[in-house]
Design a protein around this ligand. Structure first.
Ligand SMILES: Cc1ncc(COP(=O)(O)O)c(C=O)c1O
Length: 431
């Protein structure tokens, strides 16, 4: 069978494919599997109860279920859901001009589109702003601070690399040398004519970094000055699911393309993403929805719209989801401290999302070899080297880190982290 050049985009060595495949299978049926690899959110009992209750209320309303399954939505997505989101954003976002909470609806229905998950939003957005332009320039998406989300890697549909990335500044934490934090290296960021958009995830997957308000404002200003959008990936961020442990502001303006998702609320299976952007971007996304999918799925919006309307979702994020992950993060850190106190491990400050990013300085094997050794022992993590899309220069640091999800059950975390410690110890002792 012959395939077109287009089929090369779906080569089997993609990191996201490896990750999603690992998520769905156990390596060896005879070995107990500790799943610390994928991006699945935790099963939070209270949230599961809320969603179950919502579903049964929805089912009891005459005609709602039949309407949901029996009709396509408009390509922009459910109007009722979009209106519920406008009300939410109106309460949350500060008006850029006055610094006051927005009273007038700064975000209107022209600024929102629903997609089949934010992975699907990025697939469209990156190809809207990178690739070949009418003036023959080839533009790329600038990732101002790698490591960045593995899922961005392979969504380009053109032949050229989609990303260009900058290395971060590594800041060691003086009060506790176990921790470090990446900072945007603004001195080395150049926004030339070959950049079509800037993109950053906040919190960052894989590191749990939350770039500061100041860093974000500076990026936003750089994007505005260059006349390009800033794509802000809020899959774990504000205003929902709010898995952010530091105090930061939500930002949005017409030059920001904010991508949100229902997944990390505990609903990855419903595949619903939300994009808030300038109306011209929304028009393009709406067309793409129609062309690729006819319309976005209706299940996610049907399940959560009333939670938005009744203003219960945001308090649930603050009172249930965020504290849950904060506790899990602290637990995972304490396990690492206990099991690796003899090893040169460093942890990126855990400021949000659902992962710890571990750095083993001068690790004698690559993180990819470590990944395979751990997989043989039933422990799934992600090798750090996948998280540097667009960073072409060689940097040993890329091969010394792994991403560990702490969303897994505690028993898996305990066993998994112990096995990671054993394998890393073996690697250091083997030289
Ligand atoms: C940073 C980040 N962005 C986007 C996504 C895609 O999420 P979804 O397509 O489930 O909305 C993920 C998934 O894990 C993620 O971690």
């Amino acid at each position: 069978m012959q395939f077109s050049n287009f089929s090369n985009h779906f080569d089997t060595d993609s990191g996201i494919l490896q990750l999603m495949t690992d998520l769905g299978q156990s390596v060896n049926p005879n070995i107990e599997c500790q799943m610390l690899g994928g991006g699945n959110p935790a099963a939070i009992e209270k949230m599961e109860e809320v969603f179950r209750q919502e579903m049964s209320t929805f089912m009891e309303e005459t005609g709602q279920f039949e309407s949901m399954i029996g009709n396509y939505d408009s390509p922009q997505g459910s109007r009722r859901f979009i209106h519920a989101l406008i009300n939410l954003f109106d309460q949350i976002y500060e008006c850029q001009e006055t610094g006051q909470k927005s009273i007038h609806p700064q975000i209107t229905e022209k600024n929102i589109a629903i997609t089949n998950g934010s992975q699907s939003s990025f697939s469209i957005l990156f190809n809207l702003f990178a690739g070949k332009f009418p003036d023959e320039t080839i533009k790329k998406i600038l990732l101002p601070m790698a490591p960045e989300y593995i899922g961005y890697n392979d969504v380009g549909l053109g032949d050229d690399a989609l990303f260009i990335a900058n290395k971060p500044i590594i800041e060691h934490q003086i009060d506790d040398p176990l921790f470090f934090k990446y900072r945007v290296d603004f001195d080395n960021i150049e926004i030339s004519n070959s950049i079509g958009a800037i993109c950053v995830s906040r919190p960052t997957n894989p590191t749990g970094n939350v770039i500061t308000d100041k860093e974000l404002d500076q990026l936003s200003q750089m994007a505005a000055d260059a006349g390009i959008p800033l794509i802000l990936d809020g899959a774990y961020g504000l205003p929902f699911p709010n898995i952010i442990f530091s105090e930061v502001r939500p930002i949005w303006n017409e030059n920001t393309i904010l991508c949100l998702s229902l997944s990390k609320l505990g609903l990855p299976g419903v595949r619903t993403g939300v994009v808030i952007a300038h109306e011209r971007v929304i028009e393009k996304l709406t067309s793409a929805n129609a062309i690729y999918n006819l319309s976005p799925g209706r299940f996610g919006p049907a399940l959560v719209t009333r939670l938005f309307e009744s203003q219960t979702l945001i308090p649930l994020c603050k009172e249930i989801i965020r504290p849950y992950y904060l506790k899990k993060s602290q637990h995972a850190i304490s396990l690492i401290k206990e099991s690796m106190d003899d090893l040169p491990v460093r942890i990126h400050l855990s400021e949000g999302a659902i992962f710890l990013w571990l750095w083993f300085e001068n690790l004698p094997i690559s993180s990819e070899v470590l990944y395979h050794r751990l997989k043989q022992r039933g422990v799934m993590v992600i090798s750090g080297h996948h998280f540097f899309p667009g960073l072409t220069e060689e940097w040993t640091h890329k091969h010394q880190c792994i991403r560990v999800s702490y969303a897994a059950e505690n028993t898996q975390l305990v066993k998994g982290i112990e096995i990671i410690a054993q394998e890393v110890r073996t690697a250091y002792h083997s030289v």
